[in-house]
Design a protein around this ligand. Sequence first.
Ligand code: HAM
Length: 419
Amino acid sequence: MSYQKVKGTLDFYGESSRKIRYVENKVRNIVKNYGFEEIITPIFEHTEVFVRSVGDSSDIVNKEMYTFTDKSDRSITLRPEGTAAVARCFVENKLYSTPEVKKYFYCGPMFRYERPQAGRYRQFNQFGIEVFGDSSPFLDTEVIVSAYRVFKALGIENIKLKINTIGDFKSRQDYAIALHDYFEKHLDSLCSDCKNRYEKNPMRILDCKVDRNSEVLLNAPKIKDFLTDESKEYFNKILKSLDVLKIPYETDESLVRGLDYYTDTVFEFVISGNSELNGLAICAGGKYAELIKGFGGPDIPGVGYAFGLERIVSVMEKNSLFPNLVNAVDVVIISLDEDSKIESLKIANELRDLGFNIDLDYKNFSFKPQFKLADRDKCKYIMIIGEEERKSGIYTIKDVLNKTEDKLSYDEIVKKLYN
Ligand code: HAM
């Protein structure tokens, strides 16, 4: 039997693991400048956490969750997204007990049973942020701008910010009634999933992957005709502040997002001009005014987004945006007999303690294979230890780039490495 990874999952090693960590670290550094703090929640939760928040009319809950029963008969789900778990943690730990705005970020694997294709996996990594405690269009703008600045810092340009409002509770209630009335007349032309969505939440019909471009959907009532004055004003303030900050965007009234917890602002950064990934969201989010209350917490709104790290890596690869990520070796130590090999272990660790990256060969005593290792490592220096060097405490050190060679004591070598 040959063992293979599960369909829709990825292995990361060598370049690919360096790339995804590079992106993660860049994002971490940027969001830390905004005062975000890391929050780490379990990878699995009680299924109800996602059903209540993401919603039982969403594709995620209906079709895509990895749900199993544990040995005590609890229904457990591998997290398909981060917001619900962070909101659950916020409420359970009463993180709302002090009044300031709370800003969290998280990073890790999410699980969705989707049809695997370019940029769509069954285990993928999200880097997300969530802000709890304030309802302000300017906070929403700040959140969107932080994502925009991540893309700037990574050099990603071929993306479009799409933004919409799906209104407050009252707007959506009126809209849901209008959609219900409208789709009632067109039930026959909807796919079987949409017939279910019609019963549970007709707004979900609007992001159906099957019916999305059908006449019926294109002619459906638009949320903009049902927005309350407050929702309109809230959205206009976001657009105005994005204009002032010179953040390019497109309003897209068909954008409703596939998760039920959103209210008012929704947005996606979508990949453009990149054949395979064209149209896929690379970051998506929005405001959710009711989620904390839904988990039994106080009436505190939240807003956030999540990046798909694999998608960011793909876009950066396609546009050659990664710097050289080779983990540069400072010194390869070559040893010519057994006692020198032991000495090389000792010296390697002393130099590592000083922060240098050291590699050595564990088996060979001849030059040829050890020079080969130095060549593969593309190291800056080669240090040679043989019987003579061990006894005198004076080692041969070769500068690979400048092709020079010196005989130096350990202390002199350290000085050289620092220069
Ligand atoms: P989402 O749109 O479901 O939102 O996912 C956010 C991002 O995760 C997507 O834009 C995409 O880049 C990535 N992503 C989603 N599914 C996959 C997949 N199957 N394979 C690869 N990448 C994927 C959320 O998850 C919300 N929790 C975002 C949020 C945070 N809203 C408010 N706060």
